[in-house]
Every structure is written in structure tokens, then in C-alpha cells.
Ligand binder design. Structure first.
Ligand code: HEM
Length: 246
């Protein structure tokens, strides 16, 4: 079965279940399945499928890659890992992380932000210019494609001293709000900013806390890990680690 057919089968099955038991349980698929337009019309099966597929693909691959890069960086930076561990012990004292802990997992969030600076899951955005315009002194004709690169901007030493260094501490004094627009934009910006931004940060922080609380992941070798600039930024040959239970 093709990959798309497999995804479709799983999604259509969930939609069927929701339609059968419209439980209004508050999950996204229930909300979408029950949503009505101004004339009382509901989404078709195909529309629901498209919404769900977008959420799965936009939301899963990006967060998974972010966690992958974060765990690689932590393995290469034991001092950062020790500091993260200290926070997890202080805030969680061995219980599972939940939404209620999120605001107190400050260093864990700084680790995720710094990891998304160095390895942004979406490493460039592009837009086609609809009419002739001028930007920063450059004349840009209609039809031209403009590329904004997170990879380039996030490693710009004007804004990030020692830019190649993995240093979560740089986010300590609310650096993000002080940076000019367009310098740090792992979730894009403007009208099409990532709709899942808040959820993604929450998910990444809680997942990292849950994983790091139980396991130490150490890279199997010191060989370079080459980023593959596909639609998302992923490790070309995966990342092999040894898992050690804490
Ligand atoms: C670390 C995780 C994530 C990263 C780095 C990320 C990054 C981005 C970026 C850069 C854009 C803007 C694309 C553009 O301007 O062309 C975007 C849009 C979008 N993201 Fe995310 N995303 C993440 C997680 C999620 C999650 C968890 C969801 C859903 C649950 C999601 C759903 C979407 C959707 C639907 C859009 C399109 C929004 C629109 O065009 O109005 N993303 N994301």
C-alpha cells in the first residue's frame, strides 16, 4: 500500500469513529468535525481529511526533527545536559512532566529555542512577489521569488555572538523580544506564522523533559552528522545513539 493510502486509511478511520460518536471531547478532530459555517454546513470527509493530514505532517515531522537535533546537541554538550538535568530534578522531582510544569521548565525551553536556532526544522521560507517593489534599496520585479533563510539569519554573529556555539543561556534575558523582526523566526512570521507555534513549543519542552528525565542519549560516534536540507531539516543518515537508563 502506498504511504499516502496508509495515512488516508488511518485518518478516514478516525473520522468515521468521530462521526459515529460525536463526543465533543475537545480534541482537534472533534472540534473540526463539529464546526459549522454560517449556514450550518459541516466539513466534508475530504476537507476533514485534508485538515488532519496537514496537521499531522506540519506538526509531526517538524517537532520530531527538532527533538532529534536537540538530543544530538545535548550529547555533544555535557555541561548543558547537566544543567538541564538539574532543572528537571528541581521542577519535577521524578514525577511525569505535565502542562502544569511548563512555565517552570525555563531552562528546558531555552534549550529548545537554542536548538531551533542552530537547527531550524524549517530552514528557509520563500514568497513570490506579486507586484514590483523596492526592498532595502533593491528593485524587485513582480514574479521574483524571495527566500528568507532561518539557517543564515540564526547564525548571524551580529545578533548571536559566537553563533556556532550551543549556548541556551543566551535566551535567559528574554533575548527573543529584543531581536529585530526577521532575525529569529523558526516558526515563520507575519500572516502565515505557524498556527501550531504555541502547541509545538509546549510539546517539544514536555517531550524533552520526559525523555531526558528517564534516559541519557549518547552519540554512537563522533562522525559529523550532516543536515539534509529537505522540506524540513533532517539528519541525512539519521542519528545513532546509545540509550542509557537513568
Ligand atoms: C518545531 C515545530 C514546528 C516548526 C519549526 C514549524 C514551522 C512552521 C513554519 C516556519 C511555518 C510557516 C511556513 C510559511 O510561512 O511558509 C509553519 C506553518 C504552519 N504550521 Fe508549523 N511548525 C511546527 C509545528 C507545528 C505544529 C505542531 C502544527 C500543528 C499542530 C503546525 C501546523 C502548521 C500549519 C497548519 C501551518 C500553515 C499556517 C498558515 O499558512 O496559515 N506546525 N510552521
Amino acid at each position: 500500500m502506498s504511504a499516502i493510502a496508509q495515512i488516508d486509511r488511518a485518518i478516514y478511520e478516525s473520522i468515521k469513529q468521530k462521526r459515529k460518536n460525536p463526543d465533543n471531547s475537545g480534541d482537534l478532530l472533534s472540534l473540526l468535525a463539529n464546526a459549522e459555517d454560517e449556514n450550518g454546513g459541516k466539513m466534508s470527509e475530504q476537507q476533514l481529511r485534508d485538515e488532519a493530514a496537514t496537521m499531522i505532517l506540519a506538526g509531526h515531522e517538524t517537532t520530531a526533527n527538532t527533538l532529534c537535533w536537540t538530543l544530538m546537541l545535548l550529547s555533544r554538550n555535557p555541561q548543558v545536559r547537566a544543567k538541564l538535568q538539574q532543572e528537571l530534578e528541581e521542577v519535577l522531582s521524578n514525577k511525569k512532566p505535565t502542562f502544569a510544569d511548563y512555565s517552570r521548565l525555563k531552562y528546558t525551553k531555552m534549550v529548545i529555542k537554542e536548538s531551533m536556532r542552530l537547527y531550524p526544522a524549517v530552514r528557509e521560507l520563500s514568497r513570490q512577489v506579486s507586484q514590483d517593489c523596492e526592498l532595502g534599496g533593491y528593485k524587485i520585479p513582480a514574479g521574483c521569488i524571495l527566500i528568507m533563510s532561518q539557517w543564515v539569519m540564526h547564525r548571524n554573529s551580529d545578533y548571536f555572538p559566537n553563533p556556532e556555539m550551543f549556548n541556551p543561556q543566551r535566551w535567559a534575558k528574554d533575548l527573543e523580544t529584543q531581536l529585530p523582526k526577521g532575525v529569529y523566526f523558526p516558526f515563520g512570521d507575519g500572516q502565515r506564522v505557524c498556527i501550531g507555534k504555541g502547541f509545538a513549543l509546549l510539546e517539544a519542552v514536555l517531550l524533552l523533559a520526559a525523555i531526558a528525565q528517564k534516559f541519557e542519549l549518547n552519540l554512537l560516534s563522533n562522525d559529523p552528522i550532516i543536515p539534509q536540507p529537505s522540506i524540513t531539516l533532517r539528519p541525512e543518515k539519521g542519528i545513532k545513539v546509545i540509550l542509557k537508563k537513568r
